[in-house]
Design a protein around this ligand. Sequence first.
Ligand code: EPZ
Length: 419
Amino acid sequence: MDKFLIDGGVRLVGEVSASGAKNAALPALAACLLTSEEVLLHRVPRVRDIRTMQSLLVHTGASLVEEGESTVRVHAADIVAAEAPYEVVKTMRASSLVLGPLVARAGKAHVSMPGGCAIGARPINLHMSGLEQLGAVITQSHGYVEASAPNGLKGTNVLFDRITVTGTEDLMMAAVLAKGETILDNAAREPEVVDLANLLLKMGARITGAGTSQIKITGVDRLHGAEHSIIPDRIEAGTFLLAGAITGGDVTVTDCEPEHLGALIAKLRECGCQITEPASGKVRVCASGKLRSVDMKTEEHPGFATDLQAQFMALMTQAEGISFVTETIFENRFMHVLELVRMGANIRVEGRQAIIAGKVHLSSAQVICSDLRASASLVLAALVAEGTTIVDRVYHMDRGYEQIEKKLAGLGASIRRSN
Ligand code: EPZ
């Protein structure tokens, strides 16, 4: 299993570019199943979760060609197998994103239920009940969801019990081919939902309100091919800003969308970092002085993203004072805490809140990644820890960060991969 060896203590300086967003590319790839014509996607990050989704599309009968560094050409001329097998879903929960498109296009879907997850229970009940409201008959057996709508889906009003990102995306993709109008209320407002709506609009869908909590969709008979460029990865960009901040560095993230980073930028300013936007698509962090501790609570967009909570906590170990970090989205997203504590962090967890006392001297240790963002948090801590930290099981990081060691090394970090 691959590991990173990181020598701490280097101040990061320079420019690093953001890749396309994994969490926007995943639904975009699933959306390709909605048309028999070719869809050309640009800026698709070459990360493991994307490769998993690509193999799932091939499993359904789609043909897929990778071109250049980040372009993918998908052609789902016929759906041969309207299913997502357990072997795929168990490695990537976002596989449930094909549920809506398959029922909408093929009138049926056989999709494995995701099992437990390191960060929380993460059920897909809201995807299923939404599809039921659109007229699908849903049954569950042998660990699979069987959805069927042989005569097509029918538009309706769906009120989500709680905000769900992929649930909103799944139902939006189902509703674009349903008869009549669908209204999704309490919808997720994440930029990735808007990006998916933009792709679907290019494919001929009729959607208004994406980016607000009410999305209206008027079904059409068929969608056609399209060409689309995926939005920048705000979580990757945020991770680089935090890497600049934690090392007292001067880092500019290029090819990103500052508007998507509002909550993080506000917190970094509160901590005492200087944040500027030197040009369009660029955000620069300068962290020359002392960092102040600040409280933070994760929330749905436009609140502070849960996907940056672990990395922000690493930063708080280097800030003066006490910080309260509250996780409201997932019930078990503090797996990084014990590993950070092994490196010398002073963190106590009480329910959904972590209390971090800083500033502490971090020292190198052998640590293990438990999930994608927890691994990014350990890498950030390692960048300031004294000595050489060994970060084990970096396959978690490879699920969502493209060429992370190359990008960090470009900023001056001493990081190498070994197996
Ligand atoms: C998306 O997951 C992201 N994944 C996650 O990114 C991200 O952490 C999460 O949204 C929250 O922002 C993708 O976009 C592929 P949710 P998703 O449905 O859609 C509960 C990363 O590191 N819920 O918005 O699966 C759920 O348990 C990741 O890149 C139900 O109860 O998250 C959670 O507590 C990991 N029933 C809350 O809602 C449902 O049917 C929000 O989850 C669905 C969700």
